[in-house]
Design a protein around this ligand. Structure first.
Ligand code: MG
Ligand code: MG
Length: 295
């Protein structure tokens, strides 16, 4: 297995979790509130509205790990297995869960429904935020990538903007992990904006809510306007709003682009050890799966 590939994949998954843990402290705050309270928020210190321990991650990382675990256990795709992991996760009393995710998981648990009708109120970022394990497992298989992505997404979020953003960001992350230059990967986003103009992020409108359009604009603005992992994440989470999710997705892109060694040691060292272990194990297993099934 190519060492650089694994390094960027680890950067993406661990970077994602660092962004989650860093952003959770300031989730749902405005930039002004953050400024008043923290100056610039730069450290993984826990707290926030969830009252987290320093280094604790939230639903973003936990739902991603549920998807990853289902793929590894099945050694392939089984949507029911993914849904069952979500049900078990919900039953474990997680620190937080989005309303749309909860509704979809309960609908599956109580009625066995794996995909509802499209809904206008399902354009949140919950599907996009948990797709990295699919990206890793299907790194060399674009057909599987699209099919698995849409299936896992629509367990809870069935909306054209969520579908398109989850596919585009996943394609971009995958290309970064494979070592494509940032400028080439940006073409995936140009295509998305060509399809749905609302994702245009220049000039940056400045909203960082859980609406998939706001989330993506924030992540893309800070990723493309920074040149290193740390400043990308700090810029992103200090916008507040859905800061753990924007932080996680920015961490995914920056970790994929710059590799594991650019993630500040002080952040990596803060992640809960069992979570960091699981992320590393999943990354190895998912990349191995991707290589073995690449034909
Ligand atoms: Mg969260
Ligand atoms: Mg969030």
């Amino acid at each position: 297995m190519e060492r650089q590939l694994l390094n960027r994949a680890l950067g993406a998954y661990l970077g994602f979790a660092c962004g989650d843990a860093l952003g959770a402290t300031v989730e749902f705050m405005s930039p002004r509130q953050i400024q008043k309270r923290h100056g610039v928020h730069t450290e993984i210190i826990g707290g926030g509205w969830l009252g987290l321990e320093a280094g604790q991650v939230t639903d973003d990382s936990q739902m991603s790990m549920a998807v990853g675990e289902a793929i590894l256990e099945q050694q392939g795709w089984n949507l029911t297995a993914v849904a069952d992991k979500f049900v078990a996760w919900l039953a474990s009393n997680p620190p937080d869960i989005g309303n749309t995710c909860r509704r979809g998981i309960l609908r599956y648990r109580d009625s066995g429904i794996l995909q509802g009708e499209p809904r206008a109120d399902e354009a949140g970022n919950g599907a996009c935020m948990r797709n990295l394990p699919v990206v890793l497992a299907t790194l060399f298989n674009p057909v599987s990538f699209e099919a698995w992505t849409l299936q896992q997404a629509r367990l809870t979020h069935h909306h054209p903007l969520s579908d398109a953003a989850t596919l585009a960001l996943g394609r971009m992350a995958g290309r970064l992990i494979k070592g494509d230059p940032v400028a080439d990967c940006k073409l995936e986003i140009d295509a998305l904006i060509g399809q749905f103009g609302e994702f245009a992020y220049q000039p940056y409108p400045g909203k960082a809510s859980g609406y998939i359009v706001d989330t993506l604009q924030t992540v893309l603005h800070y990723f493309f306007n920074s040149g290193d992992f740390e400043s990308c994440l700090i810029g992103t989470v200090n916008r507040g709003g859905d800061a753990d999710t924007t932080g996680a997705l920015a961490g995914m892109l920056a970790g994929a682009a710059y590799g594991l060694e650019q993630i500040p040691q002080r952040w990596l060292a803060r992640l809960e050890p069992p979570v960091a272990e699981q992320l590393k194990r999943q990354t190895l297993g998912l990349i191995e799966y991707a290589v073995n099934t690449s034909g």
